[in-house]
Design a protein around this ligand. Structure first.
Ligand code: KG4
Ligand code: ZN
Length: 338
């Protein structure tokens, strides 16, 4: 088989990332320049700052990705880029760069859906992993249960009706004074906490695969406000552990039900929250108990990165997908649509 090297660019949120991926699954380089420190001051991502920083960083990040992969621009076979969903100004920086490279090098351009990238992160380390499978996608902006019957095909079984899981983590963390980004902080705090507070598990209608996390978030905020009013001491570690247990109970139940309904006993975790240690552990235990196959990317491939975009682009490329230079950023792009 002819070798295929894809230069991939990801700039949908607050990470400027570039990677070179060979034949879809071999990551030659994976450079991530995080802006977290800049946004922490504001308690969340400030879109204007994100765009400006992407502009400043993107050339350097791409050069580093090429150098580390030991590949020249001329040796690249295609340029891949996230074109949605995400912050429109942030997406446009990566897209403009990818289009310029594609035009200058006369190499194909492949636009990739950000969530497709997250799902495809599962192909990187486990070379045997392939569809069909059920993917639980949990990130800062999305919470989806997706059935993947074959490469590049996505059937959304359910999604959040309000907050994404990562968003709930970030908001709860802020309320208990842990700062941004809250996910990793709650993860760490929960390890030293006990599940002492009974927060609600919101399952919605009996057969629904949809999620709702805003009620849980409100319950946590109410608990904190009430304790403050009564002058009671709050144990942040216990709040973190109790909140997290409520989230994971719901994620687990719905994912397992989707597996049974589809009769596809293989699960792939995806997205930033998939790096959560408790979610990983409880998924592992549950899958072991039931005899299901489980794949979870290493944390570095769970949070935003460009290697996952290069991987997804490879399978789009194999299907003959090529984008033209009028490809536009689409902040609300739907999974499975072009
Ligand atoms: O996938 P991602 O990097 O960006 C989006 O596409 O949104 O996900 C970022 C989200 C943030 O909400 C962050 O708090 C959460 O993932 N996150 C975690 C952990 N690491 C990152 N949530 C829980 N536990 C973690 N260890
Ligand atoms: Zn993401």
């Amino acid at each position: 088989m002819e070798e295929q090297r894809i230069l991939a660019i990801e700039s949908s949120c607050d990470e400027t990332a570039a990677a070179v991926v060979k034949n879809g699954r071999e990551v030659l380089s994976n450079i991530i320049s995080s802006q977290i420190a800049l946004h922490t001051v504001y308690g969340g991502v400030v879109p204007e700052i994100a765009s400006r920083k992407h502009v400043e960083n993107i050339d350097g990040v791409i050069m580093e990705a090429l150098q580390q992969a030991n590949v020249t621009l001329q040796e690249i076979d295609a340029v891949a880029v996230t074109y949605g969903p995400g912050l429109v100004g942030a997406l446009l920086v990566g897209l403009a760069e990818a289009k310029a490279l594609s035009f200058a090098l006369q190499k194909p351009l492949i636009g990739v859906h950000h969530i497709e990238g997250h799902i495809c992160a599962n192909y990187i380390e486990n070379k045997e992993f392939e569809p069909p499978f059920i993917s639980l996608v949990v990130s800062g902006g999305h919470t989806h249960i997706v059935y993947v019957p074959e490469y590049g095909k996505y059937e959304i079984l359910g999604k959040t009706r309000d907050d994404a899981v990562g968003e709930a983590y970030d908001k709860v963390a802020r309320a208990i004074g842990m700062g941004y980004p809250g996910g990793p902080k709650i993860d760490a705090a929960a390890k030293n906490g006990k599940e002492t507070i009974a927060f609600p598990r919101i399952f919605l209608e009996e057969n629904s695969y949809d999620f709702s996390f805003s009620g849980l978030k409100s319950a946590v905020l109410n608990y904190i406000n009430k304790a403050n009013m009564m002058g009671e001491k709050i144990i942040p570690e216990d709040v973190a552990a109790s909140f997290q247990a409520a989230v994971i109970d719901v994620l687990l139940e719905k994912t397992m039900r989707a597996v049974e309904q589809k009769g596809v006993y293989k699960i792939a975790l995806a997205g930033g929250v998939a790096s959560n240690s408790a979610l990983r552990q409880r998924m592992k235990e549950e899958c072991q108990k039931r005899g299901y196959t489980l794949n979870i990317p290493s944390p570095i491939f769970c949070t935003d990165n460009a290697a996952m975009i290069g991987c997804a682009a490879y399978y789009e490329y194999q299907k003959g997908i090529r984008d033209s230079l009028d490809l536009n950023a689409n902040p609300s792009l739907k999974l499975g649509e072009r």
